[in-house]
Design a protein around this ligand. Structure first.
Ligand SMILES: *Cc1c(COP(=O)(O)O)cnc(C)c1O
Length: 398
């Protein structure tokens, strides 16, 4: 028997749920890319994209996923012989480091493991020991571990040391979900992608960059004409924004998603994600009270992102539960990325629940209820009261 027929819910940390409004905005005939509606509409995107990032500075768009904008940032930031410091709090920090290294840049990685926040004392020591880093790179929220980094504090540490490095932040998992202020936090380069908090299909990548970064990186000799952020940020002709044909339909989808975020207002968007995250955490805490194998991956709530939650579930129960929720109830949960190799039996003890983008209380509470139904059906031991605890979080906030 399955109860999965009905609207499926993809609760993985990207691609996220696409609003019908976004899909409807994309459903149109191919537009003229030389004049008319599309180029006129695109001029309205820039102020909104700056506001969303909390910056008055530069923004460049790419037809790319997250890996693409990592590379865009890398190539503009670095010249041959440069050195970078990467702070890794999970698989995505490591992967960004690998993508920088692959370009021939020397990279030192401070690896804080799979569950821990950045240790700022270690960062300070690394910066004091070496004034040669051109940039410090980190994830705002590492989607694998769901560890959040206090970027404002990181900038304060860099300033206290008097280090001149640029600060580059991957906010792909958190953009439009967790509070972020690029300029106020002293961030020089910020990357995001369309398929997470922005609720648009994968295909647009964003790089915001400060004037300081622009000036400091004029001699970056890794960049090729296609990836150069300068003409994209300062296009004299429409095609230069994209170095060719625009991602026409994605742009109409993006316009709609920015309208939706503006209608809700950014503080309300951030608050919605915070409340839904707390509801998920409350449920896991209650389940874990009856089964020590069940636990949130990040111990301190202050270090958790608000768009996705990673948890331990005890192998093989995480995989069994994911399969149950997808096939029996129409909810697809995230795999435990980077926590163990897929060939390792331990791999089946990790999962993630996304609460990212176009999600509301009934979706998150529904996903939690489905998870509990799966635990009942599969005989996975769990503490009582999780759904009531999640409902109390939502009820108290709304
Ligand atoms: C999703 C994600 C990426 C990778 O994005 P892709 O679109 O899969 O290439 C990188 N960093 C973070 C923090 C992410 O959440």
């Amino acid at each position: 028997m399955t109860l999965a027929n009905g609207r499926p819910y993809l609760a993985i940390p990207g691609p996220s749920v696409m609003p019908d409004r976004v899909l409807a905005a994309m459903h149109r005939a191919a537009p003229n890319i030389y004049e008319g509606k599309l180029p006129e509409m695109v001029e309205t995107l820039w102020p909104d994209l700056r506001a969303l990032a909390g910056t008055t500075q530069n923004v460049a768009l790419y037809i790319a996923n997250g890996h693409g904008v990592w590379e865009a940032a890398n190539m503009n930031l670095f010249a041959r012989g440069d050195r970078a410091l990467v702070l890794a709090t999970g698989r995505f920090g490591i992967a960004w480091a690998e993508s920088v290294q692959a370009l021939g840049v020397a990279v030192d990685v401070l690896d804080f493991g799979k569950s821990n926040p950045v240790d700022f004392d270690r960062v300070e020591a690394a910066l004091r020991a070496d004034a040669g880093y051109k940039a410090v790179l980190c994830t705002h929220v590492d989607t694998a571990s769901t560890v959040k980094t206090d970027v404002t504090r990181l900038r304060a540490v860099m300033d206290a040391v008097g280090h001149s490095a640029l600060l580059a932040v991957d906010a792909i998992a958190s953009f439009g979900c967790d509070e972020f202020h690029m300029d106020a936090s002293g961030v020089d380069v910020l990357v995001a992608a369309s398929q997470k908090g922005l609720m648009v299909p994968p295909g647009i990548g964003f790089v915001w960059f400060s004037e300081k970064a622009r000036n400091r990186c004029r001699k970056s000799d890794l960049r090729t004409p296609y990836w150069d952020w300068t003409p994209r940020a300062d296009a004299a002709e429409f095609w230069q924004y994209w170095a060719g044909t625009a991602p026409t339909h994605h742009l109409f989808g993006l316009r709609e998603s920015l309208d939706m975020l503006a209608e809700e207002t950014l503080p309300a968007v951030w608050n919605r994600h915070a409340v839904l995250a707390r509801a998920v955490w409350a449920a896991f805490d209650a389940w874990g009270a009856g089964n020590p194998d069940i636990a949130l991956n990040v111990a301190d709530a202050a270090n958790r992102g608000h768009s996705v939650t990673a948890a331990r579930f005890g192998a093989p129960h995480a995989t069994r539960l994911r399969e149950w929720t997808e096939h029996k109830a129409g909810v697809t949960l995230g795999i435990g990325l980077g926590m163990a190799a897929p060939t390792d039996p331990a791999y089946h003890g990790f999962l993630r629940v996304a609460h990212m983008g176009h999600v509301n209380a009934h979706m998150t509470l529904g996903a939690l209820a489905v998870m509990e139904a799966g635990m009942v059906s599969l005989g996975i031991p769990h503490g009582a009261g999780a759904l009531a605890a999640a409902a109390r979080v939502v009820g108290a906030a709304a």
